[in-house]
Each structure stands twice: as C-alpha cells, then as structure tokens.
Design a protein around this ligand. Sequence first.
Ligand SMILES: [Fe+2]
Ligand SMILES: [Fe+2]
Length: 276
Amino acid sequence: MPSVVEDTLRVTNDPNASIGKISDIISQDMSLATRVLRLANSGYYAIPGGATSIERAVTVLGIDNVAQLVYTAAVFSHYDLASREPFSIREFWKHSLGVAMASETIARELGLKDPSLIFLSGLIHDIGKLVHFQLAKEEFMGICEYAKTERITVLESENALGHPGHDALGYELVRQWRMPLMIKEAVLHHHDITALTATTSTLAYPQHVGVVHLANLIVHSLKFGSSGHEIVRNPSVEVVKRVLGNDRVLVHLIKSVKRTLEKVEPVLGAMLPAET
Ligand SMILES: [Fe+2]
Ligand SMILES: [Fe+2]
C-alpha cells in the first residue's frame, strides 16, 4: 500500500486533522501532488476558478473529498492498460471508481459516517481480481472467459473452476496492508449475502459492507465499466431491506448513483492516458 494512503487514513481519523497536515502529506510526493491537482481540476469536483495549489484544493474541497482524491491518485495504476477482453484493466478501473463513487453517494444519502472510508472500500472491493491477474494472468483470464461463456459472475467462475475467490485473495492483501476493519470486511464480504442478512451480524460494519454490495450490483446493472463478467444480478430483497431500511428507497438511490456516474468520466480521463 502506498504509504500516503496510510498517512491519509491516519489524518482523516484524527479529530484534530488540519488542512495544513493533509496538504503537507500530499506535497511530499510531487507526482502524487500533480495527480491530485489534476483530479481536483477535472470537473467532477468543480472548484470555482480552479485550484493551482494543494492548499487551495484542500481548503475548497474539505478533508473528506481530498482524502478521496489521494486514494484515487494513489490506488490507480497504469498497470497493463493494454490488457483487453475478457479482463480489461481500463474497464476494471472504471468499475472500481464507479463503485467507489456509488458507495459514497449511497452512504451520504443514508447519512452514514466516514464517507471517504466507504469510498476507499468501494475503490478496492475487487482488488483480489487484480492480485490474481498480476500473479497468474492467463489463469485469471480463463476465469473471466468461463464466466462470460457460462453467463455467471467471476466469483461463481472462481468457485466452479476451483480457484480461490477474489474476495479471499483481496482480503489477504488488505490484511497485510493493515487496512481499517471496515475495508477488510468490505473486501471479504462484498458478495456474502449470508453475513449481510444474518439476524445477529458477525460483521462490525454490516451496513457499510451492504452499501458496497449494493453499489457493486447497481454499477453492474448500469453497465459502467466491467470487472470480468457480463451477467447482471439483482440485489436480494432481504439485503435491500436490511441495508436501506425498506425497498422503496432503492429506485431513488439508483437514480442518484446514475447522476453521479454521469460525472465520473472526467475523473477517469484525468487518471488514465487516452486509449491508443
Ligand atoms: Fe467482487
Ligand atoms: Fe465489483
């Protein structure tokens, strides 16, 4: 994990966090600072008159929003962007950013605390797929290929072919990174209907994990990016009720997420080089 993510997590957790402190962290890394500024000026964050310095960006956007910029700038990598179907890294990042922004949108509408942590949970919920792709590219491509031909999800394909699930692989990574518990739970349980609907939840953050779970399904249903499979699964009524309180809110949330995703393209453009 880039140390800047660790530092930012620490600062955003600190009730005495100051704009100066977070600006200092970002400014220590020139290339990160440049990426953060590029993102801040990408149109999604709409800083009036633009931002020419990190201090100005942090002052206008606030610590939570800047934390998101740092996470996006630090986590996005240009690793093998040439990779194409059935697993395109470019489409994978689009899916990941979509789920991050959708999770944050839903969390804000529900009035949940820690929106920037939920954003980061969404951003790396499928990091296990990247782990598998990096360790054994051909094998992972085979999993995605099988998911597409059988019209099943990547997780179902991983199970069917006897490979470790991307949830477990991702968890191993974020555990080693000593990420906060909310993130570890979101990575390990984002497909875990049993844990999300248990009468007495074994999770410390069942609602946050549920938000990432729903955000993932909504982003899939809106066909925003791709994470290795085409099939779209509907959320279980049970999970929807548990996470949102009732199932009528869902339609409203899908509309909010759609509006958010319409604005994401400039952020992607600021992060990834133009397609060749
Ligand atoms: Fe997943
Ligand atoms: Fe996903």
